[in-house]
Design a protein around this ligand. Structure first.
Ligand code: ZN
Length: 299
């Protein structure tokens, strides 16, 4: 109650709720490429989940070899993948596919959609991915225009591109979806990598928000999907394509908009619903609202 009260008056303690039942989260991490830091991302994301007070997080750092960890996915309501360069044993892949088909939850942020380019079912789960030799065989490009969504099967080219790290406006496309309901239609995100030209099966995808990737900063010149959900069997996937992190760079994670959609997206992937309240602080297109790791973890 104390933290909820504070959330009503401070922009600080924003992600708290009355919800009683704990959501069991399996946080799988380790092995991002040299352009990213799974350590920095883990620290932020787990701090945000702990702050929300509705999650119980188990963090597992995957081994160096081909991962075949004795994990029972069905013990968890949602799995967060903070990996890209990692190999899983076929047994682990099959077990995860079963979990998802039966109604599991999955959260993918930024570089995690570069993972497993050869794993067909994973690519169905994430709907769109980049790099890792993904090209025409991976599926169509998928982006937004004023006339609607374009599923482009004909243009050639590899998957995955981003320009320089610049601020960009998030354009919410489904204002009624629980993850983004109550947020402004547009809000400014901080300097970050805006992934574009992603490719994938792009099936059962539901876009919550897009952002324009400017050519003047090296982007695609397209309105790219940046927040979306994917239905896989009875499972739910929340995919956030921004949130670049490396050692010494965590600015993207300090944007309160990112923090809100990450925890709400995790709750939605776990349960199909969102009970976490929105903070009282403003998101706007004028300037981003930032909150550091120290502020998140402050007692
Ligand atoms: Zn990145």
């Amino acid at each position: 109650m104390r933290t909820l009260f504070l959330s009503l008056i401070l922009c600080g303690a924003v992600l708290t709720t009355w919800a009683q039942k704990s959501i069991d989260v399996l946080y799988l991490t380790g092995h991002t490429d040299r352009y990213h830091s799974w350590q920095v991302l883990s620290e932020y994301q787990i701090a945000l989940l702990n702050e929300a007070e509705i999650f119980t997080v188990e963090k597992v750092v995957l081994p160096d070899s081909v991962a075949d960890i004795p994990v029972k996915f069905s013990d968890y309501d949602v799995v967060i993948l903070n990996v890209n360069e990692v190999k899983w044993h076929p047994r682990l892949k099959k077990s995860f596919e079963r979990y998802m088909r039966k109604g599991g939850g999955l959260v993918i942020v930024h570089e995690a959609d570069n993972a497993f380019p050869e794993w067909k079912e994973f690519n169905k789960m994430v709907a769109l991915g980049g790099w890792g030799n993904r090209a025409e065989q991976a599926g169509p490009f998928y982006y937004w225009t004023d006339a609607g969504y374009v599923t482009d099967y004909t243009s050639p080219g590899t998957a995955g591109k981003h320009g320089r790290r610049v601020p960009f406006v998030i354009n919410v496309r489904d204002t009624l979806h629980p993850i983004v309901k109550g947020l402004p239609d547009k809000w400014l995100h901080v300097d970050d990598e805006l992934y574009g030209d992603l490719r994938g099966p792009a099936r059962n995808i539901h876009v919550l928000a897009t952002a324009y990737s400017e050519t003047k900063s090296g982007g695609t010149g397209k309105e790219e999907p940046v927040l979306f959900t994917v239905k896989y069997g009875k499972g739910r996937v929340f995919h956030c394509v921004f949130g670049h992190t490396k050692k010494g760079f965590d600015k993207s994670l300090r944007n309160i908009g990112y923090q809100i959609v990450f925890v709400r997206g995790t709750e939605w992937a776990a349960t199909g619903n969102v009970t976490l309240p929105l903070p009282q602080c403003e998101l706007s297109t004028d300037k981003p609202t930032l909150r550091s790791l120290e502020q998140i973890t402050a007692p």
